[in-house]
Write a protein that binds this ligand. Structure first.
Ligand SMILES: *Cc1c(COP(=O)(O)O)cnc(C)c1O
Length: 363
């Protein structure tokens, strides 16, 4: 065994050895409010139509490597400007990886305000790139432009990631601040619009104004997390380069067919989003009524809250014992100390969560 571990150490990059694997807890049997999934299923007639289309798939053949039909659907549905190029990824996680794999030099720097989506740091570290996090403001997690300007000038980042709205904090950054970053950034700026359906704001229509802006989207948070489909829009000159790194058959035939159908039926998802927005408001109001909790504004399908007096690990465990799984961010430390994050579920799930939380806080 020691021989094997020596071999591993001698062959693998130190940054890989230093990583810890992305941990996903077992959620079976729980009310699952931890991962920003859309909790609604599809009506029976849509399931029938879906299965009928899937039955025509040819699993013995490779999928369309260009995803041509799917791309046309995405362009029309999401208002991708005609002059922009489109890259399709196996989830937007893969797109983050593709962008970072293309960067020149091991000393290239990736910048993002923090706390934010952990995969920017995770993937950059794994590729041996330098990652710099600039702190968000303590009070409301808005961009600290003094910190951002300093970080940009000091580190001259090759790529800046901005999640718009941000995860895990839930807020939208000020569009004026984003514009300033776009103008001063020496490299690419990736706006990660994973939650755009819940925010109603996007830089997609403004792509033609900025030739180093890339807008990234995913179908995951809209209601198709199981499919793994993300896309990136931006100047064709960039996208054509990234497309060379994409593995040719990264989107399997079942995902292509399913995503095409989902785009045709997008009114269903839009109706589900309306329900989630209604319940986000209710959940926010109810959370705000609980004692010694600070509830943050959300433009996404989840809510971040901070326990001002209670032990967050104990409250998280009490919820789990009551069969409810949310996300404990307390262990991330820093500005997330005391914080938990809950995804908006169906009304019954939200009620169960609120009941169990109130009980945990009273204990
Ligand atoms: C969930 C999430 C993603 C990942 O989306 P996938 O398409 O499922 O890989 C990307 N960015 C942010 C900010 C997210 O919260």
């Amino acid at each position: 065994m020691t021989d094997l571990s020596d071999k591993i150490r001698s062959l693998l990059r130190p940054e890989v050895l230093a990583l810890s694997a992305y941990h996903v807890p077992d959620s079976s049997g729980y009310v699952k409010l931890d991962a920003m999934e859309n909790p609604y299923s599809w009506p029976d007639d849509m399931v029938d139509e879906w299965l009928a289309r899937l039955s025509e798939a040819q699993p013995n053949r490779y999928p369309d490597p260009a995803c041509s039909r799917l791309k046309t659907g995405l362009r029309n549905a999401y208002g991708v400007p005609e002059e922009a190029g489109l890259l399709i990824g196996n989830g937007s996680d893969e797109i983050i990886q593709i962008i970072l794999m293309a960067l020149k030099g091991r000393d290239a720097t990736v910048l993002a305000p923090e706390p934010t989506f952990v995969m920017y740091r995770q993937i950059a570290s794994c590729l041996g790139l330098k990652f710099v996090g600039a702190p968000l403001r303590e009070a409301d997690f808005s961009l600290d432009m003094t910190a951002m300007r300093t970080a940009i000038e000091t580190h001259r980042p090759a790529v800046i990631f901005l999640a718009y709205p941000n995860n895990p904090t839930g807020n939208l950054f000020d569009p004026g601040d984003i514009e300033e970053i776009l103008r001063m950034a020496p490299g690419l700026v990736v706006l990660d619009e994973a939650y755009t359906a819940y925010a109603g704001r996007s830089f997609m229509p403004r792509l033609p104004e900025f030739d180093r802006l890339l807008v990234m989207r995913t179908l995951s948070k809209l209601g198709l997390a199981g499919l793994r489909l993300g896309f990136l829009a931006g100047a064709r000159a960039w996208v054509d380069e990234f497309d060379k790194i994409r593995l040719p058959y990264n989107i399997n035939v079942l995902t292509q067919i399913s995503a095409e159908l989902a785009i045709e039926k997008r009114e269903l998802f839009e109706a589900q989003v309306e329900l989630i927005l209604r319940d986000r408001r209710l959940l926010h109001e109810e959370l705000s009524r609980l004692p010694e909790i600070q509830v943050y504004r959300s433009d996404a399908n989840f809510i971040l809250f901070r326990l001002l007096r209670h032990d967050p690990d104990r409250v998280f465990r009490a919820l789990k014992d009551a069969g409810i799984l949310i996300k404990n961010l307390h262990s991330s430390g820093g500005r997330l100390a005391g914080c938990l994050r809950v995804t908006v579920g169906v009304p019954e799930e939200n009620r169960k969560f609120l009941g169990a939380l109130a009980k945990a806080l009273a204990a």
